[in-house]
Design a protein around this ligand. Structure first.
Ligand SMILES: [Fe+2]
Length: 147
């Protein structure tokens, strides 16, 4: 599996979510590149930590948006997020304790998970959110909570 290339196919139609997904793709590609280049475990570990931290904060912001817009599949989506985080944490521990390198299989799993999750599960939310916004009940604060 080659590096993930961002395309409109991956856009869920919510700008903030798309931006965060683009950042995730970038970090994942960094990890992929480091693996291919045979970088040392210290560098790999740093990127993996960055990926994990960013993933957790991205999932939180996505779930917040789902709550605000009363997304009916929130619980299911949350459990998908939780499963991935648990798996990634386990991966990080194994990697740390054994000093083993990240394998191509692991990279492929992460890349497949992310693209599939975006195109199927996040896309379903994107459609829901866009439709709801168009209907005029997006749940967004009309005063604007942004600075
Ligand atoms: Fe998601």
């Amino acid at each position: 599996m080659a590096a993930i290339e961002w395309s409109s196919e991956l856009s869920v139609g919510i700008q903030d979510v798309d931006t965060e997904h683009q950042n995730l793709v970038r970090i994942l590609n960094d990890l992929d590149e480091a693996m291919r280049a045979g970088k040392g475990s210290r560098i790999m570990e740093d990127i993996l930590t960055r990926l994990l931290e960013y993933t957790v904060s991205h999932f939180e912001s996505e779930e917040r948006l789902m709550k605000e817009s009363e997304y009916p599949k929130l619980q299911l989506h949350q459990s998908l997020h939780r499963q991935l985080v648990e798996k990634a944490v386990k991966l990080q521990k194994t990697f740390r304790n054994s000093g083993r390198r990240i394998t191509r299989e692991t990279m492929d799993f992460l890349k497949y998970w992310l693209t599939n999750h975006i195109m199927v599960d996040d896309m379903a939310f994107g459609k829901y959110y866009t439709k709801r916004s168009r209907a005029g009940s997006s749940g967004q604060d009309p005063e604007g909570s942004q600075p």
